[in-house]
Design a protein around this ligand. Structure first.
Ligand code: GRG
Length: 297
């Protein structure tokens, strides 16, 4: 990773942290326990990959960074909500997340449920409260895009498919379908909302960006499956080896390690190629993709 990218990523991560810190209700604001759990689940952890994608797409589109910060925060809040709910006993039943006890372990199940709910609604509050696009209609489209990406035809639907597939043999296209929804939809939203903070890109360019984001979303998941097999709990900050333990179909269980690694590389090449027509403007998007592929946690 180049020093230039490292500096850029650190400044984006600091920007998003400051925004979320200010925007999440304070712990002395009633109901204190819920607000404490919300802050616990969002602040001081996570790679902030989705915000990095929003900032990189925003840069490509020449968008105002203040607008992009709001959309990046909204996407990250949806992501944080999904992790809190995913860790609940009724779903993945995990005790460790970002190197800390999961929300329901640190607080309790009811608080974790409400934390996820409240993070989700805060995301939409942020998207709706200020002008984030050049026209009101494109902002409505933005809000609808995130709702679709997070809901039953996106992330929540992918999670339902995932829960239903435990112990079942899935084909590669079925696995792809699941991840395009469960992980990919939010990653696509991160890219597209960042770009749509400006109206500079035309429909053809937005289509290319969406294709890029689809490749990155799948690549993210392939790498996640590899890390679950190859990395340790200490490095990941979450329980390693859960997929095999839970008999979950993954890219590694279907393709094996070396073919899964090849697939991640192929998806990175595809993603890079889609960006060709954007030239140097797409540098940050290429760098974030590389960070996603090479990450160790
Ligand atoms: C509960 C509605 C609902 C959906 C949950 C995305 C998801 C669906 C669950 C997350 C479980 C999981 C581990 C999925 C694999 C991919 C993924 C989202 C990993 C975690 O994302 P990172 O690596 O996490 O970006 P950090 O902690 O860095 O933010």
């Amino acid at each position: 990773m180049s020093a230039d990218f490292q500096n850029w990523a650190t400044s984006c991560q600091a920007r998003i942290e400051t925004f979320l810190e200010a925007r999440l209700p304070a712990i002395d604001c009633v109901p204190e326990r819920l607000h404490k759990a919300m802050r616990y689940s969002v602040l001081g952890g996570g790679k902030r990959v989705r915000p990095l994608l929003s900032f990189a797409a925003g840069e490509l589109a020449g968008a105002d960074v203040v607008r992009v910060t709001s959309v990046a925060a909204a996407v990250e809040l949806i992501h944080a909500y999904s992790l809190v709910h995913d860790d609940l006993p009724c779903m993945d039943d995990d005790i460790l997340r970002r190197g800390k006890p999961t929300c329901h372990v640190e607080f309790d199940e009811a608080t974790a449920l409400l934390t996820g709910d409240s993070l989700q609604t805060l995301a939409f509050e942020i998207l709706a409260e200020k002008r984030l696009t050049d026209g009101p209609e494109s902002q409505l489209e933005m809000i609808a895009h995130l709702a679709l990406a997070a809901g039953s035809r996106g992330m929540a639907g992918g999670q339902a498919f995932d829960l239903d597939s435990v112990g079942k043999p899935l084909s590669l296209p079925e696995l792809e379908y699941m991840h395009i929804h469960k992980t990919g939809a939010l990653i696509r939203a991160a890219v597209m909302l960042g770009a749509r903070c400006s109206s500079r890109l035309n429909d053809e360019q937005l289509g290319k960006l969406d294709h890029f984001a689809k490749c990155v979303g799948l690549a993210f998941q392939v790498v996640d499956d590899l890390l679950d097999t190859e990395a340790t709990t200490a490095t990941l900050g979450k329980t390693a080896g859960k997929d095999a333990e839970n008999n979950k179909p993954t890219y590694v269980s279907i393709l094996g390690i070396s073919e899964a690694r090849e697939l991640a590389q192929k998806l990175q090449c595809d993603a890079d190629q889609v960006l060709n027509s954007f030239g140097e403007g797409a540098l940050r998007l290429r760098q974030v993709t590389d960070f996603i592929i090479k990450r160790k946690f």
